[in-house]
Design a protein around this ligand. Sequence first.
Ligand SMILES: [Mg+2]
Length: 173
Amino acid sequence: MRIAIDCDGVLADFVGAALMLPEAINPYEPEKDPDLAACFGGEGAMWAAIERAGYGFHHELQPLQGARAALMRLRAKHTLFCVTSQPFIACKYWEHFRTQWLDIRMNFHIDDVVFTRDKFHVRADILVDDFPRHVNAFAPKAALIRQPWNAAKTVAEHVEVYDSLAHFAEVYG
Ligand SMILES: [Mg+2]
């Protein structure tokens, strides 16, 4: 199968890296408010802080537990590529830092990385993502990775739900 895999919240601890930025002034309580940007005072302020951090943001970006082993397991059987969103505001070197991170940390070649916020544009047999909007729009098959920020969200009928990429790999690997 061709499996499209999201980066943040599936492979990478975006929330952890973002909360290390000094501009994150409010605590993050995803059960109360799933919007991480609220910690920064809004979407624009969060991305401006990430842009200011430059390479530092991706330097601090940690793989989620079990993600690398899960990729290894899935790669033995399937064709994998990464589909990752564009920042809300222009971040000058975002694509460069991100493709470098995906290469070094996750062994994704640059040819296997797609940048788009509209993930239904890509051709894949299944999309693995932590964002209900993306998996709901990705028919006929998608998988949601459960995270505190999507715990309260319901998903469409075609969407399978997993605790982690490791859990997904147990089924598909
Ligand atoms: Mg994500």
